[in-house]
Every structure is written in C-alpha cells, then in structure tokens.
Design a protein around this ligand. Sequence first.
Ligand SMILES: [Zn+2]
Ligand SMILES: [Zn+2]
Length: 217
Amino acid sequence: MTTLMTYAGPEEPNALVTRTGGLPLAPEGTAWPTCVECEGPMQFLAQLLLDGQARPLRGDGGRAELVMAVFMCQTDPGMCDAWSPTGGANASFLFPVDGLTPMTAPEVDDPETVLLGACHAVRPVESPQETYGDAYEEWVRADGREPGHLLGQLGGRPDWLQADETPSCPGCGRGMELAAQLEEGPDHTTNMNFGGCGAAYAFVCGPCRGSAFLWQC
Ligand SMILES: [Zn+2]
Ligand SMILES: [Zn+2]
C-alpha cells in the first residue's frame, strides 16, 4: 500500500492539518529559521501531522500528537545548498501538537522568499501499489487527473530520483523513516522549488524525535 498526497484545493493558512504553504504553527516564541550559508530567513514549505511515534497521519482517524514543519532557503534560489540534509540551508522541526500558534513571517523585500504563494489542502488517497512510482503512474493515468495534483506520499519508502540518501539519525544512528515525499506542486507560480521537477524527502526518527529534510532532482 502507498498513501498518496493529492491536491484538495486551497487550505486556510493557519489550519492544524497536513498542508503545503500557509503559516507554520509552532510553540510561542519559536524563532523563524535562518540559513547558515546566507543568513537569510528560510521559506516555509509544509506542515505534516504525525502520531506519537512520528508516523504521518493518513486520514484513517489517528490522533495528531506531533507537527512537522519544513523550511528551506530561497533567498537566492540555487545559491545555497537547500537540497542538503546537513548543509544548514534547510530546517525541519517536530513540535508537540498542544499549544501551537501561527508564526509571524519575517518582513522581507519579496514575501515569497519566506512564504509560498498558495496554501494547499492535502487529501490522502490509498493506492494498492507497493511503490510510490507505481502508485504515481496508476493515479496519473486515470481520466481527468492532472499530474501536478499529485503532491507526494505519506510514509512508505522513498522513491529516489538519484542515489539513496536515507539520513542516519544523529541521536541513535539508525536510518530515519520517511514521513513524506513531496512533489513541487500544481502551479509553477506558487510551487516549491526542488530544482525543477525534483522531489523532496522529509525524514523522522520517532524514538529520538529527530528529523531531516533533503531534495533531489
Ligand atoms: Zn541561504
Ligand atoms: Zn534516532
């Protein structure tokens, strides 16, 4: 089984749901992350609801206990190594779900360097296919579907565009689990930038409450 993330229209920017874009929800006082390379504020990409073991909720009634927030540098796209899981030009966080509040985006010349131009709702769709690649092909082939409306997968095994880059958890040394694989989105004017037709990978370690983010193209 593969759980696809499908585009479900516009979402409220403060909603406590799995979504791309909008405002990050974080504990009061959390600082907006900045890039270690250029020192600019990062762009907020996506929020994922997770259970107590940091597994993504798939729309089957599990209770959200953690929220994952993913950011990357887009101050000057292509300049900083935003693809790297360890370069400091992206950031990911796991926050306990209670007491979260919308963060205030930093004031910058171009607001889209910190916030995406659209906030998308995500509808999970179960596919009987074993791999994301097969599930993707099957979903896209069905009538009336736009490939851009497939936003990625929740959990499952990464479908690598390049070599396997599964991060090791800095806490326990084990390979991290995929929380979500993300496509760039349905509209090139508001999409996430993974190099053009790239894919991103958000990883977690449940026991350590650790996370990592990277992308490939
Ligand atoms: Zn940067
Ligand atoms: Zn760990």
